[in-house]
Unconditional design. Structure first.
Length: 157
């Protein structure tokens, strides 16, 4: 059985938090813009950002995409119950699918929660039927997300 990686908590101060929150707002800001917003020199911001990257606090920079505007109108939550000892194997297989947005280990009656987006019912149906055929998947439960009330990255406090 695979073991989960031990996470080392990286100590950060209020200025690091300020820098992270500016980057959460817009990861395209220049070092000069970040420095202006947090009240530090460009060199200090550069050194802090590089340290946060090296320590793995900043893993990557990204863009928020409005998937509905690209036609991905259907978003679902799938709960999956998996046979003992095969959790990581099945999770990795599900995570490779192009429509899967997130895969989470969970507690409770189901072992895994999957969040996925689709352009139409047919592609969603095909995906659901596909994962139900995977070895070691005992059962699934699917819920359609009707409205997204809040979905954002949380600020660092």
């Amino acid at each position: 059985m695979e073991q989960t990686e031990q996470i080392t908590v990286v100590p950060i101060d209020d200025k690091d938090k300020d820098i992270l929150n500016v980057l959460l707002r817009n990861s395209k800001y220049s070092l000069r813009e970040i420095a202006k917003r947090v009240g530090l020199s460009v060199a200090t911001v550069m050194n802090r950002v590089q340290r946060l990257e090296k320590k793995g606090v900043i893993e990557e920079y990204g863009t928020n995409i409005n998937y509905e505007k690209l036609g991905y109108d259907i978003q679902i939550i799938i709960e999956v119950q998996i046979a003992k000892g095969k959790l990581f194997q099945v999770q990795k297989k599900i995570a490779k699918h192009q429509n899967v947005f997130a895969v989470y280990d969970t507690t409770g009656d189901f072992d895994v929660v999957v969040v996925a987006r689709f352009k139409n019912r047919r592609s969603m149906d095909g995906f659901l039927k596909k994962i139900q055929t995977y070895d070691f998947v005992i059962r699934t439960r699917t819920r359609l997300i009707l409205n997204i009330i809040k979905e954002e990255r949380i600020r660092v406090r």
